[in-house]
Design a binder for this molecule. Structure first.
Ligand code: SF4
Length: 188
């Protein structure tokens, strides 16, 4: 079974998941992730928003369009994009610790199938959950971390594209953060 087939099986399990009662009742559908499974780079966000919930795809709203533009500018199109949570929290609230814990096995399995060398966390929630820290995104961004579980990978954190829509001046920081990733990719 290849990576795409394994991810399809996992996506079917996610689609039937009812672990978080509130989210399962209010979601239109689960949002598993999208992109190229044979990639070195995974981008990790927080949770689906309204547009993602409607379309069933990760990062397709205004923030997703901005992310696509940034990735194109960096020639980083061949990535896989997913979220900590696979269901939209009502009114886009921050996921609760219980919801994040409920969904974590799915994230871990996705990462074990894709096995990226690099994970870029978009925003505080993704970075704090993956790195198991309460540190702010302002302090976490712009440097490399390493994780051993669920896979061995280098982790970079930067601002979420939704934050960039509200704070366009921070685009330069994201650009600089992604240069660290491009340097790594060019060196390997
Ligand atoms: S967020 Fe994850 S764990 Fe919770 S119901 Fe959705 S798929 Fe299941």
């Amino acid at each position: 079974m290849n990576k795409q087939e394994m991810l399809c099986l996992l996506a079917a399990q996610v689609a039937g998941c009812q672990k978080c009662k509130d989210l399962a009742e209010t979601r239109i559908q689960t949002v598993f992730g999208r992109g190229e499974p044979e990639t070195k780079v995974v981008l990790l966000g927080e949770a689906p928003g309204r547009d993602e919930d409607k379309e069933g795809l990760a990062f397709v709203g205004r923030a997703g369009q901005l992310l696509n533009n940034i990735l194109s500018a960096c020639e980083l199109e061949h990535v896989y994009i997913l979220n900590i949570l696979k269901c939209r929290p009502p009114n886009n609230r921050v996921p609760t610790p219980e919801e994040s814990a409920n969904c974590r096995p799915f994230l871990d399995l996705q990462l074990k199938v894709i096995r990226p060398k690099y994970i870029v966390c978009l925003g505080a929630t993704a970075a704090q959950k993956l790195l198991d820290t309460q540190e702010t995104i302002g302090r976490l961004r712009g440097k490399w971390f390493e994780i051993e579980k669920p896979i061995k990978a280098k982790v970079l954190a930067t601002y979420h594209p939704a934050f960039l829509l509200r704070n366009p001046a921070a685009k330069e920081d994201v650009w600089n953060d992604l240069q660290l990733l491009l340097e790594e990719l060019n060196a390997t």
